[in-house]
Write a protein that binds this ligand. Structure first.
Ligand SMILES: C[S@@+](CC[C@H](N)C(=O)[O-])C[C@H]1O[C@@H](n2cnc3c(N)ncnc32)[C@H](O)[C@@H]1O
Length: 289
């Protein structure tokens, strides 16, 4: 551990942020590599007289920050960690960095299934880092959660995150295309949830470098119109959901109405577009009959 005066640290921090980047990314760097937790970072500015204990020296932290700025590599990949809801998750370039706007999907579940002590059966399709499934397994300890992904490497990360977050075993991971690994659970699910790849081809080509060059294409691209995977998930959902079971989907900012129509065509009821905190219709939910 290295000890430096807070004043010196704050001067250095200001210099780093003046080069570019955002406060949140810098906070991830300080927490994961510097060893200063997010809560301690918030305390620093109100106790400027103390000394700060760093796990790595300022030169080392600066070299990672420079790499992030020059290469446009997401800081989460450089640090190998991201924060999502109350989880600290391992991430590599094999998984999408779970986005803050996706956090709300868990609150939608809380709103539907209010009794946490109930024994329910949930499935997540396309789990990536495992963020959504792990949150649900933690929040509903008496329920069972099954999570799928087509990418074995992603599932390995999700499993590590699960082991790090929780000791109980109410979450199981399966590899395969959307519903296919869940054949044994037909008609049994109270809820299926998915944040599938939904970026249309044309939009994908124009994504910022930090996304397109670093995050997995399989996690982002949703075919020509972005709806390829969403259609497949909706069409097969009725075979897997219980009667009155729920389907919750995240979609691109402008896909809500189309997803609503797809749910309607496949005999879903109680269909609703749920807005995120920026007022964007990011989620579409429905109930099978
Ligand atoms: C947008 S990411 C979502 C990851 C994570 N659930 C989240 O919200 O951060 C989509 C995920 O779906 C997975 N995926 C893509 N195509 C798939 C398929 N055909 N079957 C199952 N999973 C798939 C990707 O590997 C990726 O992990």
């Amino acid at each position: 551990m290295l000890s430096i005066p807070v004043e010196e640290f704050l001067f250095w921090k200001k210099k780093q942020l003046s080069k570019g980047g955002d406060q949140q990314s810098f906070a991830v760097l300080l927490d994961c590599i510097g060893g200063i937790s997010i809560s301690d970072q918030n305390l620093i500015s109100i106790s400027p007289e103390i000394n700060l204990h760093l796990r790595k020296n300022l030169e080392f932290l600066e070299s990672i920050w420079n790499e992030h700025l020059i290469e446009s590599c997401p800081i989460q990949y450089l640090c190998g960690i991201t924060f999502w809801r109350d989880l600290k998750l391992k991430v590599t370039n094999k998984v999408l960095i779970p986005r803050p706007e996706t956090e709300l999907i868990v609150d939608i579940v809380f709103n539907i299934f209010k009794k946490k002590s109930e024994k329910l059966f949930f499935a997540e399709l396309g789990t990536g880092s495992g963020a959504i499934s792990i949150s649900l397994a933690l929040a509903y300890p008496f329920s069972d959660v099954v999570a799928t992904d087509i990418d074995r490497d992603a599932l390995e990360i999700a499993n590590k995150n699960y082991i790090n977050s929780y000791k109980k075993s109410n979450l199981k991971f399966y590899c395969g295309n959307w519903w296919s690994p869940l054949e044994g659970f037909k008609g049994k699910l109270d809820l299926a949830i998915s944040n599938p790849p939904y970026i249309p081809q044309g939009t994908y080509e124009k994504l910022p470098k930090e996304v397109k060059d670093f995050e997995p294409k399989v996690a982002l691209l949703g075919g020509e119109d972005g709806l390829k995977h969403i259609k497949e998930i909706i069409q097969k959902a009725p075979f897997f959901l219980k009667e009155k079971g729920w389907l919750i989907l995240e979609n691109h900012f402008d896909q809500g109405e189309k997803v609503k129509q797809l749910l309607f065509k496949n005999k879903f009821t109680s269909i609703e577009i749920v807005k995120d905190l920026s007022g964007i219709g990011r989620f579409t939910i429905g109930r099978y009959k």
